[in-house]
Design a protein around this ligand. Structure first.
Ligand SMILES: Cc1cc2nc3c(=O)[nH]c(=O)nc-3n(C[C@H](O)[C@H](O)[C@H](O)COP(=O)(O)OP(=O)(O)OC[C@H]3O[C@@H](n4cnc5c(N)ncnc54)[C@H](O)[C@@H]3O)c2cc1C
Length: 468
């Protein structure tokens, strides 16, 4: 970029030459709607200034070669490039904090191969999860990653945030689905890894791009694991009197090696419900279900039948269907208006060793009650280590409440770090948590910086993210 931080004028012409006029957007309406994701400044406590810049231009490559061309042009002029999947992230990973080129990967939308022998699918970066799901169905297959955001999020976006979904109890997070990647490096070179699940021939470089929010390069293709459609699917709900009882049951289920597809223990004002879904071949489902239910009963659980979990499962994508209709691809004012007028809330997703979760909850409750903030929901999702809280100020004027909420969020996230955990387990760091990453990574952040410097000396890839 030039010293006054403006885009070199010839860059837009060069982008048009490389991609065609239709695939280079400069209209203020487009620049606005492509700037950022589902995070609004009201939930970006302390990082509001990141929203001051808009994208300078939106580039829409249609192939790996197009991505190479854009990165070469950007590298030559030290222009920031912000990879954009569908902009459904909730941490501001696609906020163009320093302006530059938003690289919309949605034209890379082909399912290239489905291989029922290898149990993999090869897809382009911008394939929406729902489209992958629909392409696999006729083959009797399904993806392993099933977040709320199936109807809206892309394969590479979910790899870059290492998202978690409803089937993670059995199949793990999105990162576990990745068999191989094709990545364009900041200088335009293309790196591919081999499509085998494991390697001992050198370090596994695909892992460098899992959960790294586009700071090292652009994922253009991915080979992901796929699974047979379940021969049997069983839903179970179990009510508990206390969260601790349900949590201890979940920990015991995992310690035994029982692996429900869905593990969701939720405490809300109206009670504590453990939602379980078991999938797979029928004898395995039966055995897993029977043992999990006897563990729950031993821990004081009261079986509530299949109804609650079946309803929960049926509605698992509703929030994303709603987001698609009301906010996806819309200007920032529309996306942000969803939160206007509220006193504020935050949804925290914390990872801790199993032995620390209940102690963490107690200490976080103390911090929150001193600040007049309370958790309206506590949950365990997919594994006992993954603990969520939906928190909100109890009272107060909107501006003051939000500020108090922001301070409390900071404190409870730091508490998780101090107890040996991580401040976020599925949504990434984005602009929202950028300032806290070094605190968590320690010397690891020096390693991240060294890799960044080696791969991207001009710091073009998504600057201002991942603590960089
Ligand atoms: C209603 C709703 C429900 C949600 N439910 C869940 C949920 O259940 N589980 C969950 O984990 N998340 C959930 N999310 C968050 C969001 O869907 C995920 O973070 C998702 O992983 C982002 O996908 P995306 O394609 O929109 O990526 P984007 O938001 O566009 O990008 C996310 C990050 O990845 C980078 N990136 C995108 N594409 C590439 C690429 N090709 N190469 C390199 N970097 C890239 C971006 O720069 C950014 O840093 C939800 C969001 C909404 C709005």
């Amino acid at each position: 970029m030039t010293p006054d931080n403006a885009l070199p004028p010839s860059l837009i012409d060069s982008l048009i030459e490389a991609l065609g006029r239709d695939n280079v957007l400069t209209d203020p309406y487009d620049l606005d709607r492509y700037s950022g994701d589902a995070l609004s400044p009201t939930r970006a406590f302390g990082a509001e200034a990141s929203f001051d810049r808009l994208a300078d231009v939106v580039a829409r490559p249609g192939s790996t070669d197009d991505v190479r061309a854009v990165l070469r042009l950007a590298n030559g002029s030290a222009t920031p490039v912000i990879p954009f999947g569908a902009g459904t992230g909730v941490m501001g990973g696609t906020v163009p904090a320093r302006g530059g080129i938003v690289l919309d990967l949605q034209r890379l939308d082909r399912v290239l191969a489905i291989n029922p022998v290898d149990m993999t699918a090869e897809v382009e970066a911008g394939v929406v999860l729902e489209n992958l799901h629909n392409a696999l169905l006729p083959h009797g297959l399904m993806p392993g990653h099933d977040p709320y955001s199936v109807p809206i999020a892309t394969v590479a976006g979910t790899i870059s945030t290492n998202g978690v979904g409803y089937r993670a109890g059995a199949h793990g997070p999105m990162g576990d689905q990745v068999v191989a990647l094709e990545v364009v490096l900041p200088d335009g070179r293309v790196m591919t890894t081999r499509a085998v699940p494991n390697q001992s021939s050198g370090p596994s470089l695909k892992h460098l791009f899992i959960g790294s929010e586009g700071v090292f390069g652009v994922i253009t293709k991915a080979t992901v694991r796929v699974f047979r459609l379940p021969e049997s699917q069983v839903f179970e709900g179990v009510a508990f009197d206390t969260f601790d009882q349900g949590f201890n049951a979940a920990a015991e289920i995992f310690a035994l090696g029982v692996r429900p597809t869905l593990v969701d223990l939720t405490e809300e004002d109206d009670g504590i419900m453990f939602h379980l879904v078991f999938e797979g071949f029928k004898e395995g489902v039966q055995a897993n279900r029977d043992r999990a239910m006897s563990v729950c009963v031993q821990h004081g659980g009261r079986p509530a039948g299949p109804g609650p979990a079946a309803t929960y499962w049926e509605h698992r994508h509703d929030s994303a269907v709603n987001y698609k209709a009301s906010a996806l691809g819309k200007p920032r004012s529309v996306r942000w208006s969803r939160w206007r007028g509220r006193r504020g809330f935050d949804y925290l997703h914390i990872g801790l060793p199993i032995s620390k979760v209940l102690e963490y909850r107690e200490q976080a409750d103390q911090i929150m009650s001193q600040a007049g903030v309370r958790s309206v929901e506590y949950a365990i999702w997919s594994r006992p280590e993954l603990f969520s809280m939906l928190i909100a100020p109890e009272s107060g004027a909107p501006a003051e409440s939000r500020e108090r909420l922001g301070r409390t969020v900071e404190q409870v996230l730091q508490l998780a770090q101090d107890m040996g955990g991580v401040m976020e387990y599925c949504h990434g760091v984005g602009v929202k948590l950028n300032h806290l990453l070094e605190r968590e990574m320690g010397v690891g952040q020096d390693v991240v910086r060294a890799i960044k410097q080696a791969l991207d000396p001009n710091n073009i890839m998504n600057p201002g993210k991942l603590g960089l």
